[in-house]
Design a protein around this ligand. Sequence first.
Ligand code: 6CS
Length: 377
Amino acid sequence: MFKGKRLWLLFTVVIMSVILIACGGNNNGGDSNSSGDSNAADNNANDNNNNDGNASADSGDPVEIRFAHEEGSGDVQDLYVNKFKEILEEETDGRISVDVYTAGTLGGNDDLFTQLQTGAIEFAISSPGFTGTVIPETQIMAVPFLFSDNMEVNKEVLDSSEALYGPLADKYEEKGLTPFKFWLEGFMYWTANKPIETPEDMKGLKMRGMPTDLIMESYRQMGADPQGTDSGEIYTMLQTGGIDGQENPLFYVYSSKFYEVQDYLINSKHHIYTTVTVANSDWFSSLSDDDQQLIRDTIQEVNDWSFDMQQEEHDKAMAEIEKSDIEIIELTSEQREQFKEATMGVRDAYKEKGGEAAAEIIDTIAQEIEEAEAAAN
Ligand code: 6CS
């Protein structure tokens, strides 16, 4: 299966590269650099590949960044990438330009990773929910009830974890990618066409999650019938009964209109939605030292800014969803404890299926969360 998929992805990437060269980016109204520039960027790209990482470009060189993400216009990832664009283009008077690609423009969610590896794009927001097959260790982000109920604690751990920026980042580097920052998009909610209050209620439910083994395993352990799909298929499958429910942060439940085709919204906080800002390593290391530092500083600034932004998007979504017909269920701490107990086996599954560094990663991050929670109390 994987071999056929690789060929297909390679074919997709070739086609995508042709399209990228031909049309040169932006589908969401941002400034678009005309085709002339994109050729320059591609030339740069070619240079990069054969410079084995020595800083070659003079810091005054124009730099074009094709930055793809997994969400729609105005969603959390889109606001993040456009903030990055705004700061960098302003800081460099447009010498560094950023073309933003929203979900579906360059193929499915899991195509982004391959396009990043081949250099068809320079940057992406690439969620671990779609990369678990290529880097099993990323599935640490799929372990339910591992992160804290205190979002400040999660922000701190995602920003500085030795597990994430040590052994896990090494796994990205092995794939030719540089992960800059892991960050969060909010607590996960369930939507479903029936109330979910205990693991018993999950029995046989076709629950959609991102197509990574450990997310599927989590629903299997809750007794559900897990369905891994691309994000573009969720709405129609909910509407047609192909799936009974799904998990996502609230802003996405709202912007994707899932609340229109579901009867129940369950505030489960069984997980947080995490993602990572990542670039093609060869391309990044070909930039001047100054530009590398400028981009790192910009990502830190945007990352810090995104924490309040995602909370605001959550609150805006809740205000709108409360006006709709969907019934909102708040799980009690006892009910959440039942789901936590039902999924504790996922931690062992991660150690088994999560790759060679899995045990070190989960033990380290669990301790980091515990220490940060103790410090916060
Ligand atoms: O569930 C999904 O597949 C999508 N959810 C979010 C919050 N972002 C992108 C992802 O593709």
